[in-house]
Design a protein around this ligand. Structure first.
Ligand code: FE2
Length: 431
């Protein structure tokens, strides 16, 4: 029996070159040079980078593509964004949220983004977003993995019905327990919310992903409580601290104690560089803080760090296009992650690292993994980030589900006829 798919002469993110990837029954069966086998479909990668798909472990799909509804965020600030979301929330209907989310998923698939963890606001007694995104999760299952986080946007204690709604959302099938401790009324309430929410997750056998310390206040230390509760409840490896921007401004001595605690608890860290750089530092005059959490320092302590996208064309952010290479590009710059090793890490921060944070099963390029792959118009991870490379082929469970022509511009310069290619070669599909 022939293979379903054979990809030839691939460069892999770990630096291996000239690798053939054999696919059968939706799984990778072999990765090595010069595989001799028949295949229903072949892709000549020609030393282009073949990667597992992009993964976005921090997103808000209930708000995406709502730009301009009911009005635009004229100031571009977080405060106007929050006010706008408050105006939009009562107007939401399930059908419209589903329609926007499906359109976003199409865009994600085209960009090779095949796993997304989305927060869904549960501070709406109708649970419109929950109902809509549970439907989208099922409908998109053949194409991408969607995880939902029950997110009490207006505060677990601060919003009167949040606690009840969060339980209802989990009962309906939402995957992960969320939180927003820095938004509660007091530091004490914030810490209590972390404890209560982690206990709910432990009781139900669920994962945790909290918006944690998304502020420039160096005394916002809920990550400490999150690490403590993770350790106390035996949730190691199952908890994500998202944003962690206060760590940018914390006292160095305190951070020297904090980082080993995060590592000990196995808490994953997710920075959202595109949003952090526009939202943080807004109360500063000059110098203005960047606000990105301490990515390099956490890595050096062995913490798994990923980059998320957070927002695309919604009340908080007018730009974005499901391109995780744009997110990696921003993280590289804002975090000054410019050593060769750190630039390669930035590619991992939008692929393998978020997959680990989400606990995705069968993710990777080893034999036995799902045959979920992206062929990029770039030779290696650093070039992919530099070019925000075209996704030439997107493969899900061994089937090509998206194709984009290689980027190539014809020149009309009388003295210099020719063409400019974003990269030197383009792979070719053979039927
Ligand atoms: Fe967020």
């Amino acid at each position: 029996m022939p293979l379903d798919l054979l990809i030839r002469y691939a460069n892999l993110p770990d630096g291996r070159t000239n690798q053939d990837i054999a696919v059968k029954d939706g799984r990778i069966v072999e990765v090595r040079p010069a595989i001799e086998a028949e295949a229903v479909r072949e892709i000549e990668a020609r030393n282009r980078l073949v990667s597992p798909p992009f993964v976005d472990t921090h997103f808000h799909m209930d708000a995406t593509l709502s730009l301009g509804i009911p009005r635009l965020n004229e100031s571009g600030t977080l405060l106007e964004g929050i006010a706008l979301w408050g105006e939009l929330k009562p107007l939401l209907i399930v059908e419209a949220v589903v329609e926007r989310a499906l359109r976003y998923c199409d865009l994600a698939v085209a960009q090779g983004l095949l796993a997304i963890r989305t927060h869904v606001d549960v501070c709406d007694d109708r649970l419109t977003g929950v109902e809509a995104l549970l439907d989208v999760r099922e409908r998109m299952k053949p194409y991408l993995d969607l995880q939902l986080v029950a997110f009490p946007q207006d505060g677990y204690y601060r919003s009167p019905s949040a606690a009840e709604n969060l339980k209802r959302a989990l009962d309906m099938g939402v995957d992960v327990v969320g939180g927003i401790p820095h938004f509660e009324r007091t530091m004490q309430d914030g810490a209590a919310s972390v404890r209560a929410l982690c206990e709910i997750a432990a009781e139900r056998g669920l994962r945790v992903d909290m918006h944690c310390d998304e502020t420039d206040d160096p005394l916002s230390r809920h990550i400490e409580t999150l690490a403590y509760e993770t350790h106390r409840l035996g949730l190691q490896g199952r908890v994500v601290g998202s944003h962690l921007t206060s760590m940018h401004s914390m006292d160095n001595h305190y951070v020297s104690k904090l980082l080993p605690l995060i590592a000990e608890a196995g808490v994953h860290a997710v920075a959202n560089p595109v949003i952090n750089i526009v939202i943080q530092g807004r109360h500063d005059t000059y110098p203005k803080r960047r606000g990105l959490t301490r990515v390099a320092e956490m890595r050096s302590h062995g913490v798994n760090v990923a980059f998320g996208q957070d927002c695309v064309m919604d009340p908080w952010y007018s730009l974005g296009n499901a391109d995780m290479l744009e997110v990696a590009h921003m993280g590289l710059h804002v975090g000054q992650l410019t050593s060769r090793e750190a630039m390669r890490f930035c590619f991992d921060a939008v692929t393998a690292n978020p997959a680990r944070a989400m606990g995705l099963e069968g993710y990777g390029l080893e034999p036995g993994c799902h045959a979920d792959l992206v062929v990029l118009q770039a030779e290696d991870p650093i070039e992919a980030i530099r070019l925000k490379a075209t996704r030439l082929f997107v493969v899900r469970r061994g089937q090509i589900i998206a194709e984009t022509p290689a980027r190539r511009t014809a020149l009309s310069l009388p003295e210099r006829p020719g063409a400019v290619d974003a990269a030197n070669y383009a792979p070719r599909a053979v039927q």
